[in-house]
Design a protein around this ligand. Sequence first.
Ligand code: ZN
Ligand code: ZN
Length: 643
Amino acid sequence: MTADALGRSLAPLDDESLPGYVLRLSYRLGITPNRLMLITGLHHHPDTRKAMQVSARRLLTLNPVSATDFAAAARLTPQEVAALLLDEYASRYSPLAETAQFWADSGRRITPLTQGGWIQITSTRFCPQCLAGDGSPVQDRLGGPWLRRWRLQVVFACPTHRRLLHHFCPHCESAGTPTRPGRAHQMITRAGEAGLHPAQCRQDAAPGSRGPACGGWLSDPAIPVHPADRAVLRCQERILERLHPTGPVPASEAVEYFTLLGLVHELLVLTWPMGRALIGQPELAAAADRHVDNVHKQITALASNKSRHPVHSLMRKPPADPWSCAAFLTAADSFIADADLGALRERIKPFTDAAAATDPRAWYYLRTDARWPDALRESHVQTVGGFRVPARPGKRRPLPTRVCRYQAANVPQRLFEDWRQHLPDADAVAEKHLHRAMALKLVELASGDAWSRAAEFLGIPRKRAEHAVLHVRGWMTSHGRHRAFDAAAEKIAQSLDATDTLIDYAKRRHALKDWDMPMDHWQLFTDELRQRTRSGRGHWHKIDESKRVIVSAHIWTLVTHGELSFAPLVLADKKAHAGQPRTARLLRNAGELHYPLKRNPTAYATIRGLSLDYVSGLAKHIDHRGSATGFAWTPTPPNWTNE
Ligand SMILES: [Zn+2]
Ligand SMILES: [Zn+2]
């Protein structure tokens, strides 16, 4: 049916909702809202019960045919029709977009879904003064607008009248005018009844009865004003700015803001009353107390019923009551507003720690929410003494602690010398523990793996890693150096991130896991050594098999940038000859290759030079081929002028 234009129409008010407009126009025309919806094409069921039930979905969106019919009949432009629908907020307020998506995906025509309580489909908040109108003749007669945005849970105050919104009819105490709760699919309650003014309560006078409507005036000036303090109003204005379809805030920024607002709200509920100090108005703080109390009562009831209801959804749902909603959202906004992610991380950390300690299960659900910005995940990680707690076996892979460009594979076992510049005056802890702990930390940042797995990854024996972590933890605690250690880790991570060509040390360690120098290379190596030191000075006492192991271990430390004591050859030797002094000797001899010696300097310098030559070829080969197999080495002729 194509609607004919109405003889008279009405200009929509700013931010007026579709049901509000239907109420005002039908009242003006002296017909029932139902009749108006029928003749304007909002529904097509004149005589059935369905006629009474125009889907509340139309609050959000109209199909193109309905929209065109409605525009023609009510003599509105397509833009004016669009401005009556909540959909206009969808690009900024993601619960709306998610609801629309759900409807599209599920194909359901009718659903009470309200995206975790962030949209009110079945009821609305209101400001009595707004409903009373602005004093113009048309508003005096038909009342002011039922605003679209009162359906959004982030709208809890009226900045114009500097008061909190209401949610219940003060006369019959039921919520949801002009839509009846429990009948989700009705856009307008008592749509078939004529005579009720748009600002009158349409709920049943006696709950559950089929009797007359309450009819109480929701624009009554006698309705007590719930004042909103400056912080609440400022927060509400910030929210409205972000909601405004053509406002200065870019839509993507608004989406990020509302997402974060929701997550922080949940964190505040979870850790309540920790955030109580963030709320200035005592009445609001008390309302927030009541809300959290109520949530806990519901959770306890569910637990005693052994219900499988997802408990965390109770924490996630914003309060329906505008008071506690104002309390939580103002507090959450004070976290987010004017904070870069770094500052926010600092603010949020005590709360995430408390959440992890008080309710690990609920915290798990909140922490693993995919909507958290990456930069905040770091503050979600549970740490003990500065190091991540190892995950229980069988758990999902952890999320990285930090957003890193470098990967765990780019962390060498032995950090480059200059790392210590980021942690000066750390002399009360053994150097070896400090640098091992730092390497473990860098792997943790990039992979999320706790120290035990990081040690396995780096090829550091578990006991040694454990000692390093214990010692460094102890030192950080006794010297108050947690922040310094974290800051140093961040600095090193940044410099790794800024490195153009990152080396895959994990690949090199893997390639050399069972490696020692092949005999033909050793032959070349020793021939070259003899040749270059043939003057007799600097003869390397005895060239035997043990020397091949020493040079192999030395080369391993250079290619993998690893610690000599963790070279596979050294570890294997230690295992095979436990208690014998030979490993110590091996370590000592290989160690001597790292540092210029007074004894026999020529031989050592030559071995070092040959090793470096070998290393540069082998490293390149592994980086390309992923293994040491097939590496052919020819010694580069020595450059005498440089010696
Ligand atoms: Zn108002
Ligand atoms: Zn009422």
